[in-house]
Design a binder for this molecule. Structure first.
Ligand code: FA5
Length: 344
């Protein structure tokens, strides 16, 4: 056995001397140090030898293995060096060239602001939930006090998926408010939740209107909730997102599913309120609609409006970074122009 190991060692060294390329070196490694090599087999068969012989053969086999491994590493290094210097001489490889930078992705500005909005409301105790983009007519309109032929349906031109009978037709949700109903059907007060998501409107686009954009819906239902709670929550939110110095306008508006309804606008950052293309020369940009949940809506989901009350709001997400960074066209968000997206 010892003789066999010595011969093996000598043969391995002799063959290694003749090798001058990495492919042959790899074949050599497999033959002399691989799992099926004679050396590995010898080490495996040690258990069958008598104790004395086992010690001697084991020590010898391990010594040869270590020697072959280190000479292999040395040969690999030499071959690599030879390869590099010959490539350098023949001019096929310029090792001084800097590596090619890999382009790194980044978070879309809408996602960044959504995370910020969610964090602001989470810190006020709201949970974050999501709902379906394809919605039933019932949730999008009927349950929100907009039966078929109600004029308020015209405020939100709709992409219909299929036009079944009223309530059973399906559409791309025109706002996140249907989640108010889904939430109240599932949970009993106290409820405090926000719902971020995409909404769709079949309308002509302009600097502040897209046909697909994001909204964040908010809903709070409990005993004793008043308009003052809504105002406090939204003012806190605006201060948190836009800073103390931004002016916030709170005034009456109409939405069939709230009573009273309000609209919140922020003084235009692009023109500081003097009027520009972004704010349609009004000095203000409307960011959300809100109000106290209509008693009929509460009653429809079996929440007693005599005991409970609630507020709801729905904000346009893209308008927030538009205000903050002075972006004067909402269509830039989904145009996939990397020059725009790389700025955030
Ligand atoms: C609604 O969608 C109501 N669901 C909001 C609401 C919720 C009212 C809860 C009461 C209670 P409105 O259509 O105004 O309302 O849209 C809300 C916000 O979405 C607007 O203030 C605006 O910031 C944004 N928005 C509306 N239409 C567009 C559009 N085409 N492109 C971009 N943002 C829009």
């Amino acid at each position: 056995m010892l003789e066999h190991l010595k011969d093996l060692h000598a043969q391995a060294l002799e063959e290694l001397n003749r090798i001058d390329n990495p492919r042959e070196l790899e074949l050599w490694r497999v033959q002399y140090l691989g799992k099926k090599s004679s050396l590995t087999q010898s080490l495996r068969s040690l258990a069958a030898l008598p104790l004395e012989e086992r010690r001697e053969v084991g020590a010898q086999a391990n010594e040869i293995k270590t020697a072959l491994e280190s000479i292999l590493a040395e040969k690999q290094r030499l071959l690599q060096e030879t390869f590099l210097s010959s490539s350098r001489e023949s001019g096929t490889l310029d090792v001084t060239l800097p590596g090619r930078p890999l382009p790194t992705g980044r978070t879309h500005p809408t996602t960044q602001i959504l995370e910020e909005i969610c964090d602001a409301f989470k810190s006020m105790g709201f949970q974050v939930i999501e709902g379906p983009d394809v919605e039933w007519d019932y949730y999008n309109f009927e349950a929100l006090n907009m039966p078929q032929h109600h004029p308020a349906r015209d405020m939100m031109a709709t992409f219909w998926v299929d036009t079944g009978v009223s309530g059973k037709a399906r559409l791309l949700r025109t706002h996140t408010s249907p989640m108010q109903i889904r939430l109240m059907e599932k949970e009993r007060p106290p409820i405090r939740a926000i719902v971020p998501g995409r909404v769709y409107r079949y309308e002509a686009t302009d600097a502040t209107h897209e046909s697909m954009f994001y909204q964040v819906e908010g809903l709070a239902v409990d005993k004793g909730i008043t308009l003052a709670d809504l105002k406090g929550t939204l003012f806190d939110f605006c201060r948190c997102i836009f800073g103390e110095e931004r002016k916030v306008r709170f005034r009456c508006d109409y939405f069939p599913f709230v009573e009273p309804g309000v609209e919140v606008a922020i003084s235009c950052l692009a023109c500081s309120g003097t009027g520009c293309r972004l704010c349609g020369n009004s000095g203000w940009i409307e960011i959300l609609g809100a109000g106290m949940v209509h008693p009929d809506v509460l009653a429809r989901v079996d929440i007693d409006p005599g005991i409970y009350s609630g507020f709801a709001f729905g904000m346009g997400v893209e308008r927030i970074p538009m205000l903050r960074y002075g972006i004067d066209d909402i269509r830039l968000f989904y145009g996939n122009d990397l020059r725009f997206l790389r700025q955030f």
